[in-house]
Design a protein around this ligand. Structure first.
Ligand code: CA
Length: 441
């Protein structure tokens, strides 16, 4: 892709502002509500193009029938299942519909398409896909080392870390869309006398991550070679993997996280295609000379472009800040490029035992933390590096309080190129359910 192509202009004027985040070069997918029904859309400038309406008005004629049918669905799964050639063809088609017209017939078509745009600010979004399975990795070595040193000071990074992209099977049923309030969970926590107590988690935390939707998937018993792995990535979103640290530290050995994570995972509404991020690719992780090289099935011939330069920020706002009209406080800034494993490696590893990935599955990187102070992707790490966090109101935080609002945002930015927004993932913490409600008595 050339810079010229990435900076091609759209007749949707707001898309041409390099800061807007939704340039013609991005065209992220979403599902939004229109006339009481869920519709697939594509983000452009301050608007969304309704793909079902495009299909109904003959504006997708010329594309294969399965693609046109998939555009009329209420979730993205059918499109994901068609595979990368279909998505890329559709994306190129939509690019032509939205590009600045060069001829009179294109001009007329643009006037037709214009009627099918809806402003982003007036719609509500929905979960973009029916998520069959959710898998969360642990791909940031900086995060793994810091958290490991809290849980196991004598042995922070376990010896398998250099070899295996560590992950666990999460819970798809509790994945919620940005904007959904998240109830503080109850759970078992280690008690003072060795007998655990059951009650509201007191060490509630967030985890700033990038997720990706899988498509088309692989058949059970087959694998995904690393050279083909990115063809299984439909697009990226922002993830908050809410975590109850007190529950986690009590339950996590020997099988890993269970109820400390499964109460909620929030995702942003946009799904940004990898093609939109072509100009923001960077080398994958560098390994120190004394670190082992990955096993052959995890070695990529394109390692020099397997990383992605995407900034991820976290902002906090307490009830008192909201009431006083104080803006959310930026608490950290990390980057997807600092991960120790690439998306390609994680996909290949996941299917390496013959496990079938399915269209609409959600995978996430794990907390994205960089090496420096200020890049920690969760409060647990910040507590170790910076101590208590002081909010502008003077309130202090080592964990989330009821009413706290967490906003995680991500975007790709590069000098001379338009900003590509991955989206915003926000959620407010609700007080734990009453004990009566919790136990159903
Ligand atoms: Ca996580």
């Amino acid at each position: 892709m050339t810079g010229e192509w990435a900076q091609q202009r759209s007749w949707v004027e707001s898309a041409n502002d390099p800061a807007c985040g939704f340039p013609l070069a991005s065209l992220p997918w979403c599902v939004f509500q229109a006339d009481g029904e869920a519709r697939i859309g594509v983000g452009i400038g301050d608007s969304i193009l309704n793909l079902k309406a495009c299909a109904e008005n003959g504006l997708l004629d010329g594309l294969d029938k399965p693609v046109r049918t998939a555009c009329c669905a209420e979730r993205l799964n059918a499109l994901m299942a068609l595979g990368s050639e279909a998505w890329i063809t559709l994306r190129e088609w939509v690019t032509r519909l939205l590009a600045e017209p060069k001829h009179a017939d294109e001009e007329a078509r643009a006037r037709q398409v214009e009627k099918l745009l809806v402003k982003q600010r007036v719609v509500s979004f929905a979960i973009p896909a029916a998520i069959g399975d959710y898998t969360d990795f642990y791909a940031s070595a900086h995060h793994a080392r810091r958290v490991g040193s809290l849980f196991r000071p004598e042995n922070p990074l376990l010896p398998n870390y250099a070899w295996v992209p560590i992950g666990y099977h999460g819970r798809a049923s509790s994945v919620v869309l940005s904007g959904t309030a998240v109830r503080r969970p109850r759970g078992q926590q280690k008690g003072a006398d060795g007998v655990p107590v059951f009650g509201p988690a007191t060490a509630l935390d967030y985890e700033a991550e990038i997720g990706w939707f899988v498509g088309p998937g692989n058949a059970l018993g087959t694998t995904v070679p690393i050279s083909e792995a990115e063809k299984q990535i439909f697009g990226l979103c922002v993830v908050n993997d809410w975590s109850a640290r007190d529950v986690q530290s009590w339950e996590y050995q020997p099988l890993g996280p269970f109820l400390a994570k499964s109460f909620a995972t929030s995702i942003s509404p946009w799904v940004v295609p990898l093609e939109a991020l072509a100009a923001y690719r960077v080398p994958g992780p560098e390994r120190a000379e004394d670190d082992p090289q990955p096993l052959p099935y995890l070695q990529s011939a394109t390692a020099d472009v397997d990383g992605i330069d995407v900034q991820i920020t976290v902002a906090l706002r307490s009830v008192r800040m909201r009431e006083a009209g104080v803006a959310p406080m930026l608490v950290s800034r990390g980057n997807l490029r600092t991960l120790g494993w690439t998306l390609r490696q994680m996909v290949t590893h996941h299917a390496s035992n013959g496990c079938n990935l399915r269209a609409g599955d959600l995978m996430a990187t794990g907390t994205i933390s960089g090496p420096e102070v200020g890049s920690e992707g969760c409060l647990l790490e910040m507590r170790a590096t910076r101590g208590e966090l002081t909010l502008p109101t003077g309130e202090r935080r080592i964990a989330l309080e009821d009413g706290d609002e967490v906003t995680i945002e991500a975007s790709a930015q590069r000098e001379g190129w338009p900003r590509i927004e991955l989206g915003s993932c926000t959620g407010v913490v609700l007080a734990a359910e009453s004990m009566r409600g919790a136990l159903g008595v």
